[in-house]
Unconditional design. Structure first.
Length: 237
């Protein structure tokens, strides 16, 4: 993890998105009965990536930890991501105060989001690598057709330490965060930050640090059948 001292708080954040290999190890050790899920996830009975292919692009090729161990885990919903982070002694990235962010104006205050602070070098830049969008610096369209191994794209990291040690905050996969409009259950809309490999040909702004991922739209907490969505974890410093 990378330790960050920001103007709005201190925290630690994973260097990369959680990989398929890391998530596979979690699945071997944990079941829903062994992880205390929050009330908003009482409906979640499985942490296994949904490869049904019913929506989006998730299929048998989306989660193959034996052959693609270092690609980001995808096809997981918000509750799966939350459970993983809790199981490894961290938490899904939320507010700089270490708490979840709940409310309808989340995008208006990116300085209160651990994820956005890490991406923007504490508000210095609009993108992790600088002030303006640079095509293909990170894993985004049209150069890429899918997620790539985490931390391997030259230039897709912050400008100066400690932010230069954090990779793929733009593109590759959009990242679930603990920033939701409400806290009622599976229909809550939660923020996905940073955009995915599918962006740029849709809206390059979605690949920036202060925006929602996925065409500026949050999605329902129980959305899991999508190979555009992954996550990373945060922790108190």
């Amino acid at each position: 993890m990378v330790h960050v001292a920001a103007t709005t708080g201190t925290f630690a954040i994973d260097r990369t998105e959680v990989t398929q290999q890391q998530y596979a190890a979690f699945l071997q050790a944990c079941t829903p009965e062994l992880v205390a899920q929050p009330d908003v996830c009482s409906w979640n009975s499985s942490f296994v990536p949904d490869l049904s292919g019913a929506v989006g692009a998730c299929d048998a090729e989306s989660y193959t930890p034996e052959s693609t161990p270092n690609r980001p885990v995808v096809c997981v919903d918000w509750c799966d991501a939350h459970a993983y982070c809790e199981a490894v002694g961290k938490h899904l990235c939320g507010g700089t105060d270490g708490l979840p962010r709940v409310g309808r104006l989340l995008a208006a205050s990116p300085e209160l989001s651990t994820w956005a602070v890490a991406c923007s070098s504490d508000g210095a830049y609009g993108f992790p690598y600088g002030p303006e969008y640079q095509p293909t610096t990170c894993v985004d369209a049209p150069a890429s057709t899918g997620p790539q191994d985490v931390g391997t794209t030259a230039g897709c990291h912050g400008v100066e330490p400690p932010f230069s040690e954090i990779f793929d905050l733009s593109g590759n996969v959009a990242e679930w965060t603990d920033e939701c409009e409400t806290a009622r259950g599976p229909d809550d809309w939660c923020m996905l930050r940073g955009g995915s490999y599918h962006q740029a040909n849709l809206n390059e702004g979605d690949l920036g640090c202060g925006q929602l991922g996925q065409s500026n739209l949050a999605v329902a907490r129980d959305t899991g059948v999508n190979d555009l969505f992954g996550f990373r974890c945060c922790a108190a410093r």
